[in-house]
Design a protein around this ligand. Sequence first.
Ligand code: HEC
Length: 131
Amino acid sequence: MKLAKVVLACTLFITVACAQDIIQKSMSTMEKGITQIQQGFLNNNLELIKSGTKLVKEGNSLFNDKNVIEKYLPKDKKHMVNVAENTSRRIALDINVLELNLEVKAYLNAANAYSDMLNACSRCHSIVRSW
Ligand code: HEC
């Protein structure tokens, strides 16, 4: 019985620790990515835009699962999990639009996709942080 409790406590601890790891990795990867994209557009540096886009894609794919997202919403915001999940989908879509526009050298449209991506970050944060 005692052992079972210890095992349960350890499992819980590891689960929480891992989830914490996922969000930190996801958010810091996306932060790096979005910063690179911004620098890329401001300095007309295509390589930075491309590498930043890859990072945002990588970070977003770590935090796009509805169950994971729900865990991080405050109790009184759990009912907004669908809205939060949609912001992650919006980021994935913006990445596609950005990449397609880069390919055809439609840089203004690509920059608009970047802006929309940034708005999607803020939209989810506004739910989490009650902004
Ligand atoms: C689906 C929801 C969601 C989306 C989309 C989202 N975030 Fe977050 N973000 C969170 C949560 C939850 C936290 C942790 C709670 C907090 O900081 O308020 C967080 C925190 C952060 C932090 C602070 C991390 C820390 O260690 O305190 C950064 C930086 C960040 N996000 C960057 C981004 C960027 C950049 C994007 C868009 C490319 C983005 N986030 C999109 C949910 C999201």
